[in-house]
Ligand binder design. Sequence first.
Ligand code: BTN
Length: 267
Amino acid sequence: MSRGNPYQEIEHGGPGRIGWRIHYFHELDSTQSAARDLVADGAAQGTVVVAERQTAGRGRMGRQWHSPAGVNLYATIILRPAIPLAEVSRLSLVAGVAAAEALSREAPGLVTLKWPNDIWIRGRKAGGIIAEAITGSHDDLVAVLVGIGLNINLAAADIPEELRGRATSLSIELGRLCDRIAIADSLFSFLDYRYMEVVSNGFGGIRPIWELFSALTGRSVGVVEAGRRVSGTVRGIDDDGALLLDTGSQTIRILAGDVTIEGAYES
Ligand code: BTN
């Protein structure tokens, strides 16, 4: 485990609050796997796992998450919400709002959210979120692992060939290095605030804030959902976190899928 934990200084609050305990590792296959083990050991809500480097970082849809050492933030937050399994994906939107708020402190006006789970700076991907549910023997929800990857000090030369032009980092966009611990601190504080808000008042209250950051609202997009491609104009998201797509003849709800902005690069 740790040879000195630089994230210990930002731990705050007691069990249940996001970031009350931060486990720090130099290298992991994935912070998601380490968090899963902690859940099995009974870790309280709000426990966080951070790694300097991941050897098998996991992205959405079975993709790899590029996780080099010493430059970015790779974190998994353990949540234990009393919600139905079907509502788990909303938590990744809540985390998206918190990540956008935290990055916006460094880069005001440059951060947007691309439904469902991408964090963009100046229109390029600088972060991503996954939410994995852990269920019990009766399909009951035991915990949710919210994984957040943020490219903070990743250099342009270290962006893998296949992501060039589509990925970026905070430091590339700002032209200076940024303090990862301070960004983690504001990320966990914003997530604590937004998550507690959703637990008390439901997702509906946070939807307009997500919309403020939306990169897609009003744009013409193509969506691939369950192997089928649909085109239309994005009208926003609904209180379930579904994307509202105006196809010209009707507005349909997209629950999961990959979105491409017409005329822009493939994401
Ligand atoms: C995406 O595909 O955009 C989601 C990427 C999520 C990456 C983060 S990094 C921390 C956590 N551990 C992982 O293995 N994945 C998530």
